[in-house]
Design a protein around this ligand. Structure first.
Ligand code: PLP
Length: 416
């Protein structure tokens, strides 16, 4: 398998020229020149509102925006681009399903099953609609090696289950979930399966038909694309049955005014779920980001990150005073959470920042997971992407080594 040369592609990312060691990719990724230029070119030469006019510019913009749906559909193996709905981000995608599908399909006694490692975005929408509908949220735990407890999941999924909502890759531990197994389990009791792909779609091959899921949510900004554009993919027959989430322009086919009352009928997919003027340039930028990733090859992206993760775990495990969390590298994405014994995560992140290294600290929008693991103050998280190289890991390891030495000296001085 040909893995791209990460040193070569670094030149595509203007921000990296600032010299910052960027290891906060699970929060958001940097953007290649190709994406930045595609967005600028679109504004400079083809910009107008979509689906609003018969004039040339509007038609060109509509074509570009619709084409972006096709590019994304191809990337995730969707049967049709009409199954691809552009939203703001993964959070909005999940809320769309929670409010549109959830509020019409959940009732008293029904259950939604999630895992304890979900991001707040895949917990709180379900918590909210479950409360409104009188349904119950069941939360499945992990095994000792930080992988999903599939046996517990099997016990939790019953005839009462209406939906299993699960992340494919944990944003904290990197744990990769066997989503097909989860989807099959959900279907065996007649439930649907929603996959939070925010941390998987940017980092590994994802094909919705192979996953056998019913919904997939992800964000453009974590996969080299602009912020403010994300995707909900849904099975066409399920989407057809759902009520719109937001109401307004473009989601409606016509609104008759008969006998003094409004009689709207909804537009076809995906427009039924894309009310109002969308993030047109964001869609164009996302398509360019997808093309960039396709040129690298998603298998290669996964292999590159696996190699970096293995290397990081090796380097960091050599440091005394560091606690590492998460499953073995083959079972995790490019995410390495840790703590420095005796320092809170934010202090560690601030000290790393002083040494030119950007990492995330705190609960990473997954506070229940941290409580479940007994990590009251959170964790520090280093996360990798296509432009990271071994030297970035070396810089992290050396900076942490320096911090640990300082701590030790202070402890010795304090003990005098
Ligand atoms: N799900 C997971 C696993 C995430 O890591 C994130 C973001 O960190 C989200 C959902 C939410 O993504 P966004 O903030 O782009 O909506």
């Amino acid at each position: 398998m040909h893995v791209f040369n990460p040193y070569e592609i670094r030149g595509d990312f203007p921000l990296l020229s600032r010299g910052i060691v960027y290891l906060d990719n699970a929060a958001t990724s940097q953007k290649p020149r190709q994406v930045i230029e595609a967005v600028a070119r679109f504004y400079e030469s083809r910009y107008a509102n979509i689906h609003r006019g018969v004039h040339r510019l509007s038609m060109e913009a509509s074509e570009a925006y619709e084409g972006a749906h096709e590019v994304v559909a191809g990337f995730i193996g969707a049967r049709s681009w009409r199954e691809v709905i552009f939203v703001r981000n993964a959070t909005e995608a999940i809320n769309l399903v929670a409010y549109s599908w959830g509020l019409s399909n959940l009732g008293r006694g029904d259950e939604i099953v999630v895992s304890v490692m979900e991001h707040h975005s895949n917990l709180l929408p379900w918590h909210s609609v479950a409360r409104r509908a009188g349904a119950r949220l069941r939360i499945v735990g992990l095994r000792g090696d930080y992988t999903l407890d599939y046996e517990e999941l099997e016990r939790a999924v019953t005839e009462r289950t209406k939906l299993v909502a699960i992340t494919q890759v944990s944003n904290v531990l990197g744990t990769v979930v066997d989503v097909r197994r989860v989807a099959r389990l959900a279907h065996s009791v007649g439930a649907l399966c929603l996959v939070d792909g925010a941390q998987s779609v940017p980092h590994m091959p994802v094909n919705v038909r192979e996953l056998e899921c019913d919904f997939l949510a992800f964000s453009g900004h974590k996969m080299l694309g602009p912020s403010g554009i994300g995707v909900l993919w849904g099975r066409e027959d399920v989407l057809e049955e759902m009520e719109p989430f937001l109401y307004g322009g473009d989601m409606v086919r016509e609104v008759r005014y008969a006998g003094g009352a409004l009689e709207p009928s909804w537009n076809e997919l995906p427009w039924k779920f894309e009310a109002g003027t969308p993030n047109i340039a964001g869609g164009v930028g996302l398509a360019e980001a997808v093309r960039y990733l396709q040129r690298l090859g998603m298998e290669s992206v996964r292999l590159h990150e696996l190699e970096l993760t293995r290397y990081a775990l090796k380097r960091l495990s050599e440091l005394e005073g560091l606690e590492l969390y998460g499953p073995p590298p083959e079972l995790r994405g490019g995410v390495v959470p840790f703590n420095v014994r005796g320092l809170d995560p934010h202090t560690v992140a601030a000290l790393l920042d002083q040494r030119g290294i950007a990492v995330r600290s705190g609960f990473h929008c997954a506070q229940p997971l941290h409580e479940y693991l007994g990590l009251r103050e959170g964790t520090v998280r280093a996360s990798f992407y296509v432009y990271n190289v071994k030297e970035d890991v070396d810089a992290l390891a050396e900076a942490l080594g320096g911090i640990l030495t300082l701590l030790m000296k202070e402890a010795v001085a304090g003990g005098k």
